[in-house]
Design a binder for this molecule. Structure first.
Ligand code: NAI
Length: 251
């Protein structure tokens, strides 16, 4: 896979899967825009680690609708075009229906759908306007295994990712005539800060047993699938959802 001189924007890329994806694109010749929200220090560290030249930071909160417009405008102004958008930023939170109060419940739905679904829809909106104007582009959205198998203690998370799959497939159909291709990667548990924050040591041990590989995904393995969907030759895979879950949940 060759991404020489491709201009790639990755949301939430200061750490985890987003960072691994930034490293993988940069290693294949792309110029990468790292979007981050708060943690400038981590974003600067990631930027410094990227091989090649021309990478930049873009500080915007994608859950703020005005920020999605500014992010895409800023990126296109900096690079002249947007070849590939990876919507990776995502959040989760514990909100089991039988354990939390109503305020916690409603806040979880608002926050999680706001970041995992609406923010992606809005970022796609502006990216698509730019991609139509330039004659095409590619979008990869990071979903989750939880979209398919249920998320008992994070139901808004599972619902947000299921909706994200649907959004992606709708866009794949609508945008193919514009030469814009939309794919989805659905990881199982991946060894990142997000997973570490969500799990107790006992839960982590149980989770490892879910996969016949007896381990979590590495962020690099998720990045590999993202790069495939963003690569030349993957056009006819538009609308596809690639599972990266170590055969832990087969559908
Ligand atoms: P992470 O928490 O390490 O990284 C997510 C990044 O998104 C963080 O840097 C965070 O600051 C950023 N972010 C969150 N809200 C943002 C906003 N409003 N604007 C800009 N940036 C924002 O998590 P990880 O594990 O790297 O997750 C990346 C994606 O993969 C997420 O969409 C997550 O739902 C998905 N995923 C992760 C799995 C895991 O086990 N780690 C499993 C399945 C899916």
């Amino acid at each position: 896979m060759d991404f020489k001189n491709k201009k790639v924007l990755i949301t939430g890329a200061s750490r985890g899967i987003g960072k691994a994806t930034a490293l993988a694109f940069a290693a294949k010749g792309a110029q990468v825009g790292i979007n981050f929200r708060n943690n400038r220090e981590a974003a600067e560290r990631t930027l410094a680690e990227l091989p090649g030249e021309g990478h930049r930071l873009f500080q915007y909160d994608v859950s703020v609708k005005e920020d999605t417009k500014s992010l895409i405008e800023d990126f296109v102004q900096a690079y002249g075009k947007l070849d590939i958008l990876v919507n990776n930023a995502g959040i989760g939170a514990f909100h089991a229906i039988d354990e939390v109060d109503f305020n916690t419940w409603t806040q979880a739905w608002e926050d999680i759908l706001g970041t995992n679904l609406t923010a992606v829809a809005n970022t796609c909106y502006w990216a698509v306007q730019a991609m139509i104007a330039q004659g095409g582009g590619r979008i990869v959205n990071v979903s989750s295994r939880g979209a398919f198998r249920g998320e008992p203690v994070q139901p808004a998370y599972g619902a947000s990712k299921a909706a994200l799959n649907s959004l992606s497939q709708s866009l794949a159909k609508q945008l193919a005539p514009h030469h814009i291709y939309v794919g989805v990667v659905a990881p199982g548990f991946t060894d990142t800060d997000m997973a570490a924050e969500a799990l107790t040591p006992k839960e982590r041990e149980n989770l490892l047993r879910e996969s016949p590989f007896q381990r979590m995904a590495k962020p690099e393995e998720v990045a590999h699938a993202i790069l495939f969907l963003a690569s030349e030759g993957a056009e006819y895979s538009s609308g596809t959802i690639i599972d990266v879950n170590g055969a832990s949940y087969l559908r």
